[in-house]
Write a protein that binds this ligand. Structure first.
Ligand SMILES: NC(=O)c1ccc[n+]([C@@H]2O[C@H](COP(=O)([O-])OP(=O)(O)OC[C@H]3O[C@@H](n4cnc5c(N)ncnc54)[C@H](OP(=O)(O)O)[C@@H]3O)[C@@H](O)[C@H]2O)c1
Length: 429
């Protein structure tokens, strides 16, 4: 039996979906007993040339041709952004169609509205492709690991920033130069803010944390710092300290208190996340029964993302075959609270420019001592005849103590600039 599917959008991801469904439809029919047929494809410009072949009547520029077609049982949304994707998805659900989406922005911002609507109308929404491209993350967290209390998530979940930081590490070039190159190659968007300011990672962390910690988490709950301030100097110091700089997304659940952070981090080279380069993504998950798990793979791209979407599509076909829906519900535990600005105790890297005069270092040591922040490593270099650069790596310290030391440092005349403060992970941690 055939199942008609409507595809909203046919760009990078949508065309990968068409290609993969065309290639695998026989196998999918054997697996599920149902043959998926993409009967209609919504685009903005039906005359644009595309890397996949359609029958002419498949393409439409009118969303109603999909949303109001009673023969279409499933809608795959690959338009991106909030509107009109949100309205189309809600309309599809209310018209009795199951929905699959790759849209992380929409799920992070309006996930509750979409999932509540789906529940009310008895339809499913699947969104494996929204985080980590090809890497199965949503389903393992929702299904395979359900027996666990998940306490820690830690990962690299944005390919663009990982590409930029990997290139800065490999070439010694500065941020602006590498960003420009990434834009020229199409790896970074012309407006790169969502990626380089950490918002994309923050949204994806919100999606993962909602599922893993059974809580309602949005981008507003995540402390986000991007990578614009990372310079070639920081990358070189990280190398001297046996580390690389990565944009890490971290979530922890400590007895119902959640902490969610996206920030550039020095990852010591003995940590597997130090070796996740270029556009690859990886996520560490710690469960009380499973222990530590690491997921790794391609975080974006046409076929990798289509792999996750078509996996979801097969799941919907299986449900249709068994005449079931809403098998996997989103559980919310009421006692979970998000604590902003309260990350786990960790080591920190600080880079300062100070006046090159006697007694300055003793002054800094006193400030740290009073805040009960102890120093593990200190690198001191002269930058000019009047200033010196100091790099400090602290022992493990709470965020509050560190902030206390920083407040005093900022107010100290001999400390001219605090360039960067980043956590350090790896080694014994
Ligand atoms: N690219 C990746 O590697 C990747 C990875 C994971 C998740 N995602 C997510 O997947 C989604 C799609 O990304 P993409 O890279 O495939 O985007 P894209 O290449 O820009 O494709 C968007 C498609 O949607 C169509 N479209 C846009 N606005 C429309 C409107 N108002 N009405 C009708 N059609 C419209 C476009 O039509 P035209 O072709 O006619 O312009 C195009 O076919 C996004 O949510 C993104 O976050 C992408």
């Amino acid at each position: 039996m055939e199942v008609n599917i409507g595809l909203l959008g046919c760009g990078t991801v949508g065309s990968g979906v068409v290609e993969l469904v065309q290639k695998r439809s026989e196998m999918i029919a054997r697996l599920t007993g149902l043959e998926p047929i993409i009967t209609r494809v919504l685009v903005r410009d039906s005359h644009k040339s595309r890397p996949v072949v359609f029958k002419h009547e498949q393409l439409t520029t009118n969303a109603s041709d999909i949303l109001e077609d009673p023969e279409i049982r499933m809608v795959i949304e690959t338009i991106g952004g909030i509107e009109p994707a949100r309205t189309f998805i809600l309309q599809a659900l209310r018209a009795g169609k199951h929905v699959i989406t790759a849209n992380k922005d929409l799920i992070a911002e309006h996930g509750a509205e979409i999932l509540d609507t789906a529940e009310q109308v008895g339809m499913d929404v699947y969104y494996e492709a929204a985080v980590g491209g090809a890497i199965p993350l949503i389903r393992p967290l929702k299904e395979s690991l359900t027996a666990n209390e998940i306490t820690d998530l830690k990962g690299i979940i944005n390919g663009t920033t990982n590409y930029i930081l990997s290139k800065m590490t490999a070439t010694g070039a500065d941020f602006d130069e590498v960003l420009q190159e990434a834009q020229d190659l199409g790896y970074a968007e012309s407006n790169p803010a969502s990626d380089v300011d950490g918002l994309d990672s923050g949204r994806k962390l919100a999606i993962l944390a909602s599922i893993a910690f059974h809580a309602k988490v949005t981008l507003d709950d995540v402390d986000v710092t991007g990578i614009r301030t990372i310079s070639a100097t920081d990358v070189a110091y990280a190398h001297e300290l046996g580390a690389v700089i990565k944009l890490l997304a971290e979530g922890t659940d400590r007895d119902g208190n959640l902490s969610l952070q996206v920030r550039p981090t020095l990852v010591l080279k003995d940590h597997p996340l130090a070796h996740v380069s270029d556009a690859f993504n990886a996520l560490y998950v710690r469960g009380d029964a499973a222990g530590d798990l690491m997921f790794f793979g391609r975080g974006a791209g046409s076929l990798p993302t289509a792999s996750a979407i078509v996996g979801d599509m097969i799941e919907v076909l299986r449900n249709l075959r068994m005449d079931t829906a809403l098998r996997v519900r989103h559980l919310l535990l009421p006692h979970k609270r998000v604590r902003r600005g309260q990350g786990e105790p960790t080591r920190y890297y600080l880079r300062l420019t100070v006046r090159d005069q006697s007694g300055v270092f003793a002054q800094i040591a006193t400030i740290f001592g009073l805040a009960e922040v102890s120093m593990e490593t200190v690198l001191q270099k002269r930058s000019s005849h009047e200033t010196a650069e100091i790099v400090i790596v602290t022992h493990e310290v709470g965020q509050e103590q560190l902030n206390q030391a920083l407040t005093t440092l900022y107010a100290t005349d001999s400390v001219l600039t605090v360039h960067n403060v980043m956590p350090v992970t790896g080694g014994a941690q």
